[in-house]
Design a protein around this ligand. Structure first.
Ligand code: GDP
Length: 196
């Protein structure tokens, strides 16, 4: 995949504001501070493109970026501030939930987790909820540069175990927005989904 263009389109606050072109979408989810904006900026080769992503308590928006005039990356609000399932649903917003369940053009959810830590309760709930709704996400572990290369395998296994997933059937990708590690593989995964 060669990146030709990335254009911010809209911060949607309602589903009827989402693009209607019918092009494929990839939604990025993760708890606040997981490194979502940094990863999007790295993927899109920008310093500050994903600047609008909401911080806890702010208006919850779906931020659409049009890539190569042919598909979209959608930056969803961070969810880490909710402590339990009910609060997660209430605070994270029915709109985001509805988008994830119903959006026809959404071909893959990319769920980010911090490679250094065991996925949080919210990460686990989100993963389970997405799978339950038929949206098994691509798990991407962020901030690879913060751990030693020798512990990559162990951390990935720990994440897979906590999320109760099979890392062979559903490989976890490891990235660093600082060094660019794994960014090419993430682009390949995106490409693969677009071809599928
Ligand atoms: P968001 O809330 O998920 O959008 O997270 P941000 O992208 O704002 O990142 C949160 C913090 O983690 C910031 O201080 C970033 O500089 C830092 N960060 C994000 N990605 C990386 C990474 O790959 N490596 C390192 N070392 N720090 C990162």
């Amino acid at each position: 995949m060669i990146l030709h263009s990335a254009e911010f389109i809209i911060s949607a606050v309602r589903l009827d504001q989402c693009p209607t072109s019918g092009e494929a979408e990839f939604a990025f989810v993760g708890r606040s501070n997981v490194g979502k904006s940094s990863l999007l900026n790295k993927l899109l080769n920008r310093r500050n493109l994903a600047r609008i992503s909401g911080s806890p308590g702010k208006t919850q928006t779906l931020n659409f970026y049009h890539i190569n005039d042919s598909f979209y990356f959608v930056d969803l609000p961070g969810y880490g501030y909710a402590k339990v399932s009910k609060q997660l649903r209430a605070k994270w917003g029915p709109m985001v939930e509805e988008y994830l369940i119903k959006r026809d053009t959404l071909i893959k959810v990319i769920q980010l987790v911090d490679v250094r830590h065991e996925p949080s309760r919210d990460d686990q709930l989100m993963y389970e909820w997405l799978c339950y709704n038929g949206r098994q996400p691509q798990i991407v572990a962020t901030k690879a540069d913060k751990i030693a290369r020798g512990s990559y395998g162990k951390q990935i296994q720990m994440i897979a175990k906590t999320l109760k997933m099979d890392p062979v059937a559903s490989p976890i990708l490891l990235t660093s927005a600082d060094t660019g590690y794994g960014i090419d593989l993430l682009w390949s995964a995106v490409d693969h989904e677009l071809q599928a």
